[in-house]
Design a protein around this ligand. Structure first.
Ligand code: PMP
Length: 390
């Protein structure tokens, strides 16, 4: 058997209960979806504003396809960079109030491209331990000295920066931590970067569209601006479509155009998606009520789950993780919810630390208060079952 070693590894994962299964989604992404032929209410998506299935985006995508065709046909530096990509970069730069923007096909590719283009083996990276996997992979690929500090530990970061003799220092942080939902202390990170002459890369995948009065993200949320910041956000979450972008000073962005390998050596995103994203930006900016509704749902969920044996992590964002503890129990609670028609994904090690397996509840403006009440009641019912077994 040529692949018997792989089969053994898979069997070992299975024995640890760590094999993952894909569900088949048969409807547009929304609060109510059809999965494996069943109607369920889902708390699994990053479609925080509830617009991924919005007919206006579908119409814009069709219009874009009519105007530009479907495939980009080439990479950006050859002949794939279309009018829609160009217009979207300009619109995004105005929206996040930074001088220049560069589109990437995905957030994973953006992080790989940004970190490897800006740093190399004489440089140093300082990263929060709970950063997204794409930032960690980027750090390894960059060949820079890679230091990680405990989650949110500004003193530790200060010590690492003070001790560094690197030519170039880049602090890297998720703006909203994807498995915990907390917001990074951006003003304090920026102060440290100023003190030690470092740059700051913020990954706002989960803040763009949601944080800030008009949804432009974590910089607006804190009211901070600095030429040291390299801002990155994704467009497949609150923006409801696909893709990502980097934003910052013109020299930074031009460096990415010239050097980011995950930008240069790949086909441009279908222009119809860039066209749809122009419509999405208008919705994000104009429809404040989506953010307001989401904020009310978050408050309602926290109130509803306050007395449970399992605790929500302290988060004010749409990501509300309910810590269960063991992987096995998290799987059982998730399965019991699924049996009641409620989908919440269990998140287990190695994605999160041992003993902190959790249900990652993500709320969307597409949910109603009744959907949240259904989740709360289901969890209360399941908890009673666990209490009996204790
Ligand atoms: N950064 C963070 C913090 C993320 O959560 C994600 C996606 N889960 C990404 C980057 C990658 O973005 P994309 O899905 O567009 O590749």
């Amino acid at each position: 058997m040529p692949f018997s070693a792989l089969a053994a590894q898979l069997a070992a994962l299975d024995a640890q209960g760590l094999i993952r299964q894909r569900r088949v989604l048969e409807s547009p992404q929304s609060a109510h979806v059809v999965v494996n032929g069943r109607d369920v209410v889902a708390f699994c998506s990053n479609d925080y504003l509830g617009i991924a299935g919005d007919p206006r985006l579908t119409a814009a995508a069709c219009e874009g396809a009519g105007r530009y065709g479907v495939g980009a046909g080439a990479s950006h530096l050859i002949l794939g960079h279309g009018a829609a990509h160009h217009a979207l970069e300009d619109a995004l730069a105005r929206f996040v109030r930074l001088p220049r923007v560069l589109l990437f096909s995905t957030g994973y590719m953006a992080n790989i491209g940004i970190v490897t283009a800006l740093t190399g083996h004489n440089d140093a990276l300082f990263a929060d331990k709970l950063n997204h996997a794409s930032l960690n992979d980027a750090a390894l690929l960059s060949r820079a000295d890679f230091k990680r500090y405990a989650h949110g530990d500004l003193r530790a970061l200060g010590r690492l920066l003070a001790a560094s003799r690197a030519r170039r220092k880049l602090v890297i942080s998720d703006a909203v931590f994807s498995m915990d939902g907390d917001v990074a202390p951006v003003p304090e990170l920026l102060r440290l970067c100023e003190q030690y002459d470092a740059w700051l890369l913020l990954d706002d995948a989960h803040g763009f569209g949601v944080l800030g009065a008009s949804g432009s993200g974590v910089l607006q949320h804190f009211g901070v601006a600095s030429a040291r910041i390299v801002y990155m956000a994704t467009l497949g979450k609150a923006a409801g479509v696909f893709g990502a972008f980097a934003a910052g000073q013109p020299e930074v962005i031009e460096t990415l155009v010239q050097r980011a390998r995950s930008y240069i050596y790949t086909t441009a995103t279908p222009p119809m998606l860039a066209h749809a994203l122009l419509a999405s930006l208008n919705i994000i900016a104009a429809e404040d009520y989506r953010r307001e509704h989401l904020a009310r749902l978050i408050t309602g969920l926290k109130r509803g789950l306050a007395g449970l044996r399992w605790r929500l992590l302290p988060s004010d964002t749409a990501i509300q993780p309910l810590v269960i503890g063991s992987s096995d129990e998290a799987m059982r609670v998730s399965a019991a919810l699924a049996a009641r028609g409620v989908l919440v994904p269990p998140i287990r090690p190695p994605t999160v630390a041992q003993g902190t397996a959790r249900l990652r509840i993500s709320l969307s403006a597409a949910h109603t208060p009744e959907d949240v009440a259904q989740l709360v009641e289901a969890l209360q019912g399941i908890e009673d079952g666990f209490a009996c077994r204790d």
